[in-house]
Write a protein that binds this ligand. Structure first.
Ligand code: GUN
Length: 291
């Protein structure tokens, strides 16, 4: 392997320390404790793990954590009523509704019911519009974490060719807007892109966010490129024993690390940055709420 490893775990720990410092300051100087409310509907196992981790890290940095676990049968009206209460609660500065929601609930309607100033996920249509037009917005946590790692590694991103593989509302689209804001030349590729290999090969910055295990091999990567792998995919790992699994990204790490200049591992790359950025967004929301 010749690429430098971009250590998201380490970077996220640094961000959490900074957040904890801000939280201490807000508490000691202003008597304010930032609060984050996380809402989980149903029993999706992956979501339960995420919500538990979010709650634990929120408390670790000294913020207040409010967890609302609702049964899968919760009606849309009940969920909207809870959002309304949280919007009006002065101790709550950030609201996150864990996705996916059960099919009988309109996720867009719920997200757009969140007060945009408390929308620490940056998914509300107002924040999406603000980001797309280059204005001050709440920025979605995963792409924000990716951008922080890119800036740390590369400094000024102006003029670089960036290829984002994946066009989701959560990662691909906001990532593209953030990179445009950094003056990159941005291409958003997706499942219908013709000759994806050739598109990827022109990237100085390659962000993979498609959710397909090890889809991008080393020979799609420009020598020296910076590769950010957002994918978290669980695949069978019989070499670890019967029934065992392991996590891999959307990039084939071993072959990519021979060509790239720098690359994020999975796990330990983008993943830890997402929650760290959520905590940072909550402090930002708290500071804006108190002028
Ligand atoms: N589900 C998977 N990723 C996310 C995220 O970043 N925010 C929320 N709310 N739900 C998710």
């Amino acid at each position: 392997m010749s690429a430098t490893l971009i250590d998201g775990k380490d970077f996220a720990a640094t961000i959490r320390e900074k957040v904890a410092g801000h939280v201490r300051h807000l508490h000691e100087e202003h008597g304010i404790t930032p609060g984050l409310a996380v809402v989980l509907v149903g029993e999706d196992p992956a979501s339960q793990v995420y919500v538990r981790n979010k709650g634990a890290q929120t408390k670790e940095v000294g913020m207040a954590s409010f967890e609302h676990r609702l049964p899968a049968e919760t009606s849309e009206a009940e969920l909207l009523a809870l959002i309304d209460r949280l919007n009006g609660a002065p101790a709550v500065h950030g609201i996150l509704v864990q996705l996916p929601l059960p099919d009988h609930i309109d996720a867009a309607k719920v997200i757009n019911a969140i007060d945009p100033a408390k929308d620490v996920d940056g998914f509300h249509i107002s924040n999406v519009g603000l980001l797309a037009t280059g204005q001050k917005a709440m920025v979605p946590c995963t792409p924000l974490g990716c951008l922080m790692m890119l800036r740390d590694r590369l400094g000024d991103l102006s003029g670089l060719d960036a290829v984002v593989v994946g066009r989701s509302n959560i990662v691909g689209k906001p990532m593209a807007h953030l990179l445009l804001g950094e003056n990159c030349t941005v291409t958003v590729a997706h499942s219908r892109t013709r000759d994806l290999a050739q598109v990827c090969r022109r990237a100085d910055i390659l962000v993979a966010a498609v959710g397909r295990p090890q889809m991008i091999p080393g020979d799609w990567i420009k020598p020296g490129a910076t590769v950010i792998d957002v994918g978290i995919n669980r695949i069978p790992a019989p070499e670890r024993g019967e029934g065992k699994t392991r996590l891999v990204g959307d990039v084939d790490f071993d072959s990519a690390a021979e060509v790239a200049g720098a690359i994020t591992p999975v796990p330990g790359g983008v993943g830890p940055m997402t929650i760290a950025c959520l905590l940072a967004n909550t402090v930002t929301a708290c500071c804006r709420a108190h002028g």
